[in-house]
Design a protein around this ligand. Structure first.
Ligand SMILES: NC(=O)c1ccc[n+]([C@@H]2O[C@H](COP(=O)([O-])OP(=O)(O)OC[C@H]3O[C@@H](n4cnc5c(N)ncnc54)[C@H](OP(=O)(O)O)[C@@H]3O)[C@@H](O)[C@H]2O)c1
Length: 334
């Protein structure tokens, strides 16, 4: 039995569980059923994950048979990069709400700061040289205004960003009526992004940690589109394994507990029943100062999701990682 899940409070006053269920590459109803049975009440999806209908079907069933109320769930979805223009916001949020079969989401995020031309949500349409069709005119301020209109229309309770860098967030903070409630970025033991996380805390922006386990299954998807990543084995790291052994927990549990303790909201994805339950069972032990010190020292600036799957993205004016000096970036192979 999972212990009670602590909550985080967003800048709109809403509360969310401090850990959520990631659903990239989670396409089947049984896994989500198991996640809900286990106690997950924060669900992260995106228009581009193509699983909103599946999630909507499960939620509708749980709500109609009285096992859940809509307000029990903190539901997050994202504007696809093919919709990154003012008129794309209402269009794609409407589609997401129809797919999810709900009247509102709790948080709507701009999935990434750069834009592709509208190809109905399909990111992977390319020209004959393998180049995506970028839209170089991405205007964050205009898109954000359209995001604010969705809050005013009651279609989302909060709005936020994903994969944005500090200066991009600063620009939005300076030019907005409704401030971003959350930033979803890659965060794990090897990429702790302390400066960006501190900046978000100072500005009351909740930080969500994506790929918190180092996305060990990413190549299952990427190989289907001709790509492959050299993935670091965070779960197999000897320091993490030793701390896990000391507490009679798994490496994943130690990492997820560490992240929540740091104030990040991790959203691990699993479709395996045991791992789904295991990833939520992280609140019955304590990491001591030595554990915390060792886990913090694993930060190595290793970014896995460097967006290189979008060939030429570094030339987009809103490519977010231009000024980064990563010690090491995972290589992407064709
Ligand atoms: N905003 C963005 O651009 C963005 C980008 C990436 C991800 N995300 C979000 O973040 C979520 C999580 O990231 P992610 O899916 O990339 O990676 P992740 O959660 O770090 O890792 C998921 C992988 O780890 C395996 N796994 C899960 N629990 C495990 C455990 N306890 N022990 C060993 N292996 C375990 C899963 O396999 P099984 O399923 O077989 O257990 C799966 O292959 C996504 O699902 C998505 O919702 C957002």
């Amino acid at each position: 039995m999972t212990s009670k899940i602590p909550t985080f409070t967003l800048n709109n006053g809403a509360k969310t569980p401090s850990i959520g269920y990631g659903t990239w590459q989670a396409q089947d109803e049984p896994a989500l059923e198991i996640a809900l049975e286990a106690g997950y009440r924060h669900i992260d999806t995106a228009y581009s994950y193509q699983n909103e209908k599946m999630i909507g079907n499960v939620l509708k069933r749980w709500i109609s048979n009285g096992k859940l109320k809509r307000e029990d769930i903190f539901l997050v979805t994202k504007l696809p990069i093919t919709g990154n223009r003012p008129e794309g916001v209402a269009k794609y949020l409407k589609r997401s709400l129809e797919n999810l079969q709900v009247g509102y989401v709790d948080l709507y995020l701009i999935h990434a700061p750069f834009g592709l031309q509208d190809s109905e949500g399909d990111y992977y349409i390319k020209d004959s040289d393998g180049n995506p069709y970028f839209d170089m005119s991405t205007d964050h301020i205009a898109i954000w205004k359209a995001m604010e209109e969705q809050v005013e229309a009651g279609l989302t309770k909060a709005i936020g960003l994903s994969n944005f860098n500090k200066s991009q967030i600063e620009r939005i903070l300076k030019n907005s009526k409704i401030k971003p409630s959350a930033l979803q970025i890659e965060l794990h033991a090897y990429l702790q992004q302390n400066e960006l996380v501190d900046f978000c805390k100072e500005n009351n922006i909740l930080v969500t940690a994506y790929s918190p386990l180092g996305t060990p299954g990413a190549n299952n998807f990427l190989e289907k589109i001709g790509l492959k990543l050299d993935l670091p084995d965070i779960l197999g790291n000897p320091t993490v394994k030793a701390i896990a052994k000391k507490h009679s927990k798994t490496a994943a549990q130690v990492l997820l507990h560490f992240y929540v303790q740091k104030g990040w909201l991790p959203i691990p994805k699993s479709v395996n029943p045991e791992r789904i339950k295991q990833n939520l069972d992280i609140f019955d032990f304590h990491l001591d100062q030595q554990d915390l010190h060792e886990l913090k020292s694993l930060d190595a600036g290793i970014r896995i999701i460097d967006l290189a799957m979008f060939k030429g993205v570094e030339n987009h004016p809103e490519f977010p990682f231009k000024d980064e000096k990563q010690k090491k970036i995972s290589s992407m192979k064709l």
